[in-house]
Design a protein around this ligand. Structure first.
Ligand code: FES
Ligand code: FES
Length: 165
């Protein structure tokens, strides 16, 4: 069957088998290997991408179901050489070690901050509760999100000051 979807702002049309999962479409057909594939049982969350702005586990979505929709992957976070603040937060606060869980964590945490710019620690932990990290013990991931929230709040305040009469 033929499927057309927009991934990180670019439209792609490909012939695929109807049973192909979105994670395999992204990795094996489009070569976007930033999205990882781990458990195959919907438990680990390394495969999280956005589908029309909502984080989804791409191992639970058929590629055909994404037809006509917008997908955003970890490759779509940075603007050229400029990291998204959530990527910078993970860098600053050591939110990753081996990095296997990181693409999914970044997509979930970016989505959290977009809908809740000042989450509590409990809200952060709840947001990432569907994802497994074997390395960090989660504390540095929580700190990374808190750093990003504070950084974005400070940047917004500076911008407001600059435009104030
Ligand atoms: S590979 Fe999708 S949840 Fe583990
Ligand atoms: S950094 Fe290794 S699994 Fe999370």
């Amino acid at each position: 069957m033929q499927v057309t979807m927009t991934v990180n702002g670019t439209e792609h049309t490909r012939e695929i088998e109807g049973r192909m999962l979105l994670v395999h479409f992204l990795r094996d057909v489009l070569g976007l290997t930033g999205t990882h594939w781990g458990c195959d049982t919907s438990n680990c969350g390394v495969c999280v991408v956005w589908l029309d702005g909502e984080p989804v586990k791409s191992c639970t979505v058929l590629a055909a179901m994404a037809g006509g929709h917008e997908v955003r992957t970890v490759e779509g976070l940075a603007e050229g050489a400029e990291l998204d603040p959530i990527q910078e937060g993970f860098r600053q606060c050591h939110g990753l070690q081996c990095g296997f869980c990181t693409p999914g964590m970044l997509m979930t945490c970016r989505a959290l901050l977009d809908r809740n710019p000042d989450p509590t620690e409990g809200e952060i932990r709840e947001a990432i509760s569907g994802q497994i990290c074997r390395c960090t013990g989660y504390s540095s991931i929580v700190r990374s999100v808190q750093w990003t929230a504070a950084h974005e709040a400070a940047a917004a305040a500076t911008k407001e000051e600059a435009v104030a009469p």
